[in-house]
Design a protein around this ligand. Structure first.
Ligand code: FCB
Length: 474
């Protein structure tokens, strides 16, 4: 049985601006909410920040050459909003745009397709204002105007790069922006207000739609416009009604809160009912849902691990992110739901390894959005990779993880899913949000003191898959 992928399948890797670029104060860039958050004591492990990160800003040609050496066909990167429009309003900063233009030209010169993400969590600090105390009158994503600022920023980037980038993503994982940023507090801007998180989720849906509309107006017809979501694979601990209801509730808050508006033009009734004690959703204005429902050319899916829930009150820490002291549940109105560690192997993040979750997601969206091409825009694993005496980095666990998930992707293709590409998270070890530099997701090892890049054995393995467009038998 061969495991060939379709001709033209895109094999790529992914990064995000704040996690790799560094050069935080160069070229007129101003702080984003992540700069502020990381510089707040106690928010990020070991006080790490993205000030230098892996210096991708200065080393992008070296990094592109590395991708080319590995035979990768695509690179998913994000634009730092405050590098190209420092206050989040008004005119563009040409020096910032020049960096991305050089990066894109370099990629194209090496035959690598750029996939550009407009927003990977780094809102310009100027657009964030104090919403402490639950007041919704401040800035950031709970504030409606931020969605309109995002559309203006989308126009700036599209005008600058639309002639050479064909794959455009509006938002990366808006769930994390809304719920980790405003409800659990483990991500920037670090607030713990469930209503603010729901408002943020709606304004992210609106921002996505406004930006998609703007991109469609500015970009040539050949450009594909998409969004990258992290839909949850939620499993119930048992078939008891309380556990099944917990599964339904988390599915609504994690996934359907975005796919409802974006794919179907409506919020799910059960979500509105579940959250009715918190809000009447009057922040949804007439016409918003039609805007959020802008036709997409493809859907990006990020998948790492499934969740196992029960309706009982013996609460356990939720999946994803944050060693954060003082953090709360991200699950607005569903704080009572318990999350359990699924049995079996897990990665260094503590995330259980389960490729069948990826298969399930691909099939779900194949059925739910017939005809919409899918991309896996992130998938990967952190392990405690260390160079050996010769300086080589062997990471058999990551190879096993990738092999398992690529087999799942291949099974989905065989079942008829229109899957167009796979982006490994991540090209390089980098700043893993509230975990700082303590978690290594790269196929390429980075010595953070010297910035030396060393492809791990998984990078060589993945390069072989990309070159052959086929999974090896063993
Ligand atoms: C995803 C993020 C990405 C990275 C991976 C591990 O949620 O989009 O930036 O942190 O998790």
């Amino acid at each position: 049985m061969t495991h060939r992928f379709p001709p033209g399948f895109l094999w790529g890797s992914a990064t995000a601006a704040y996690q790799v670029e560094g050069a935080a104060r160069e070229g007129g860039r101003t702080p984003s909410i992540w700069d502020t958050f990381a510089h707040t004591p106690g928010k990020v492990l070991a006080g790490d920040t993205g000030d230098i990160a892996v210096d991708h800003f200065h080393r992008s040609s070296e990094d592109v050459a590395l991708m080319a050496e590995l035979g990768l066909g695509a690179y998913r990167f994000s634009v730092s909003w405050s590098r190209v429009q420092p206050t989040g309003r008004g005119p563009a900063l040409q020096r910032g745009l020049d960096f991305y233009r050089r990066l894109v030209d370099d990629l194209l010169d090496h035959g690598i397709s750029p996939m550009l993400t407009l927003y990977h969590w780094d809102l310009p600090q100027e657009l964030e204002a104090d919403i402490h105390g639950g007041s919704a009158a401040g800035g950031g994503w709970p504030h409606r105007d931020t969605a309109y600022r995002f559309a203006d920023y989308a126009a700036i980037v599209a005008e600058a790069l639309g002639d050479r980038v064909e794959l455009w993503t509006t938002l990366n994982e808006p769930w994390c922006s809304a719920f980790l940023g405003y409800a659990s507090g483990v991500h920037a801007p670090g607030h713990t207000d469930p209503v603010a998180a729901l408002r943020a989720a709606h304004h992210l849906n609106l921002a996505h739609g406004l930006a998609a509309r703007t991109l469609r107006e500015v970009l040539p017809a050949r450009a594909d416009i998409m969004v990258s979501l992290n839909p949850a694979v939620v499993r119930a601990r048992s078939s008891a009604p309380a556990d099944l209801d917990a599964q339904r509730q988390i599915d609504a808050l994690a996934t359907r809160i975005f796919t409802g508006p974006m794919l179907h033009g409506a919020y799910p009734d059960d979500l509105l009912a579940d959250t009715a004690p918190l809000t009447d959703w009057s922040f949804v204005h007439d016409g918003d849902l039609a805007i959020a429902h802008h036709p997409l050319d493809a859907l990006g899916i990020n998948y790492y691990t499934p969740s196992l829930v029960s309706g009982s009150t013996d609460n356990a820490p939720p999946r994803h992110d944050g060693h954060g002291a003082g953090s709360r549940s991200p699950w607005a109105g569903a704080e009572h739901i318990a999350f359990h560690q699924p049995p079996g192997e897990h990665t260094e993040m503590g995330w259980s390894i389960d490729p069948s979750g990826l298969y399930d997601l691909l099939l779900r969206f194949h059925r739910e959005a017939p005809g919409l091409p899918l991309y896996i825009t992130e998938n990967g694993a952190a392990f405690d990779d260390k160079p050996d005496a010769e300086g080589a980095v062997h990471d058999p666990e990551r190879i096993a993880y990738l092999r398992g998930h690529l087999h799942a992707a291949h099974r989905a293709l065989a079942a008829g899913v229109d899957l167009r590409g796979y982006f490994l998270w991540s090209l390089l070890d980098n700043f893993e949000w509230s975990y700082g530099y303590s978690k290594r997701f790269g196929a390429v090892h980075v010595d953070f003191a010297t910035q030396t890049r060393t492809p791990k054995s998984s990078a060589r393995w993945y390069a072989g898959v990309a070159r052959a467009n086929e999974l090896p038998d063993s």
